[in-house]
Ligand binder design. Structure first.
Ligand code: FES
Length: 109
C-alpha cells in the first residue's frame, strides 16, 4: 500500500496519511531517515499530529498537541509527559520508486 510521495516529506515537518479506519503520520529523524507511526497517542488515543505544524520541539522531540506527551522521532519511544513510558506504534515501511510504502498490514491492538 502506497502511503505518500517521498518529496512530500521535508525535514522538521510531518505528513499525515490515511490508514484504513485510522491515520498515520511520518517524520524524518535527525539522520534523514523516514519513520512512520499510527497517529494515535498512547495517552488518551487522540491524534499526535493534528497537522498544524507544531509537532516538533526545539529539543528534537515530537509532541502530542493534546496534553504534551513527548516522543523520540527516530523510535517513537516516550521521552516525557503523560505517555508514561508508552511509545508510539511504529509502522513498517520501505522507500521505493520515489514513494513510501506500508510493508505489512496494520496489526490493530
Ligand atoms: S492524548 Fe496525547 S498527550 Fe494526551
Amino acid at each position: 500500500m502506497k502511503l505518500f510521495e517521498l518529496a512530500d516529506l521535508r525535514p522538521r515537518e510531518s505528513l499525515r496519511f490515511p490508514l484504513g479506519r485510522f491515520e498515520g503520520f511520518a517524520v524524518r529523524d535527525a539522520s534523514g531517515g523516514i519513520r512512520a507511526y499510527l497517529n494515535v497517542c498512547p495517552h488518551r488515543a487522540q491524534p499526535v499530529d493534528i497537522g498544524d505544524g507544531r509537532l516538533w520541539l526545539t529539543s528534537g522531540e515530537i509532541e502530542c498537541q493534546a496534553h504534551g506527551a513527548r516522543f523520540d522521532p527516530a523510535t517513537g519511544a516516550c521521552t516525557g509527559g503523560p505517555c508514561l513510558g508508552r511509545g508510539l506504534t511504529r509502522l513498517g515501511i520501505e522507500e521505493r520508486d520515489g514513494a513510501v510504502w506500508l510493508l505489512e498490514p496494520l496489526q490493530y491492538r
